[in-house]
Design a protein around this ligand. Structure first.
Ligand code: PLP
Ligand code: COI
Length: 340
């Protein structure tokens, strides 16, 4: 398919979707794989008013030998469950979640690009009870759609620029930062738009309480590579527990690097960059894979990292991760889930 040659991110969709309904007293029912069609929603549907919605992001890859694989889909199933718990939504059994993903990948397998692209899978669930009282809804729809994708950023694998937001926070202790709910992204859009105005690819959020500690980007986790080879990443809590983040920590340790999950302040980041103690920084996530950070802008100035180039540690981690996903490197941890 010619459309698959340069798909960009999230603009093209496959022919099918999976839907499963949930209703109080009936649990999950009416699972189907069908033609992709618009939903009919009652104007009073709870999701339209109170944003009871969660989603996941994962990819199906065509390996170099022609097989089709998912990367750690059990982790997406588990995170979907914990997001549902946080948003007072019904929990989908992990096996049902995985079956839904597999069925869609099988029926839309011709849409998986070969080469660098992949098929981005977007499972999501929303409240569709028509009721305006504020309480957890009693009806939900689960759905999976798919989109052939290439690079998330326009510049491909080139270093990205980031804007450190001094005005907005993404999440607070006790809030929904660790859940993958649509509301988190709605709240991040103004900060992301400001980053774009400043000429940057992504926004970096600092913590809500002190506005001091680096948390994550609008749609990615963040890592720092120090001069002694140690890799630092902010701890879990208010950030999204990224599956790429967790995997890269393991791959870095496999390669003999020291990895620390610890609070890292923006002041420290600037100081380490100025004194040459910070060698590299990168963002990571399913959509973005591993994206080197070349330039950092903030309210009082800007600085570059690794001379705006791709550093060796970032390059190596990216190559190892992509190599496993594409089947060209050994899958030592059993992360690939083969679609028969
Ligand atoms: N942080 C945010 C806010 C995200 O949206 C994402 C993307 O899913 C990530 C981190 C990375 O998570 P993962 O590696 O599981 O895709
Ligand atoms: C992902 O990497 O899957 C994301 O969800 C990030 C963004 C596209 C929302």
């Amino acid at each position: 398919m010619q459309r698959l040659e340069n798909p960009g991110f999230g603009r093209i969709f496959t022919d099918h979707m999976v839907t499963v309904s949930w209703e109080a007293g009936k649990s999950w029912h009416d699972a189907s794989v069908r033609e992709r069609t618009p939903f009919q929603l009652d104007p009073a549907s709870a999701v339209l008013h109170y944003a009871q919605e969660i989603f996941e992001g994962m990819k199906a890859y065509r390996t170099e030998k022609g097989g089709i694989v998912l990367f750690r889909p059990e982790e997406n199933a588990r995170r979907f469950r914990s997001s549902a718990e946080r948003m007072a939504m019904p929990v989908m059994p992990e096996e049902m979640f995985l079956t839904a993903i597999e069925e869609l990948v099988r029926i839309d397998r011709d849409w998986i690009p070969s080469g660098e692209g992949s098929l981005y899978l977007r499972p999501f669930m929303f409240a569709d009870e028509a009721f305006l009282g504020v309480r957890p809804a009693t009806r939900y729809t689960f759905c999976v759609i798919a989109s052939p994708v290439g690079a998330y950023f326009k510049g491909g694998a080139k270093p990205i620029s980031v804007w450190v937001s001094d005005a907005y926070s993404r999440a607070a202790p006790g809030g929904t930062g660790a859940a993958k709910c649509g509301g988190n992204y709605a709240a991040s859009l103004i900060a992301q738009a400001q980053a774009a105005e400043k000429g940057c690819d992504q926004v970096v959020f600092l913590d809500a309480a002190e506005h001091r500690w680096v948390e994550e980007l609008g749609g990615m986790n963040i890592f720092f590579v120090m001069e002694d080879g140690t890799i630092v990443t902010p701890p879990l809590g208010t950030i999204l527990p990224g599956i790429t983040r967790a995997s890269l920590m393991i791959l870095a340790r496999d390669a003999g690097m020291r990895v620390e999950e610890k609070a890292y302040s923006f002041d420290q980041w600037q100081d380490d960059a100025a004194r040459g103690r910070l060698r590299e920084a990168f963002a990571c996530g399913t959509a973005a894979v591993v994206a080197p950070i070349g330039n950092v802008r903030h309210a009082h100035g800007e600085f570059s990292i690794a001379g705006g180039e791709v550093g060796p540690v970032t390059r190596k981690l990216r190559e190892t991760l992509v190599g496993i996903q594409k089947g060209s490197q050994a899958d030592a941890h059993g992360w690939l889930h083969v679609i028969a």
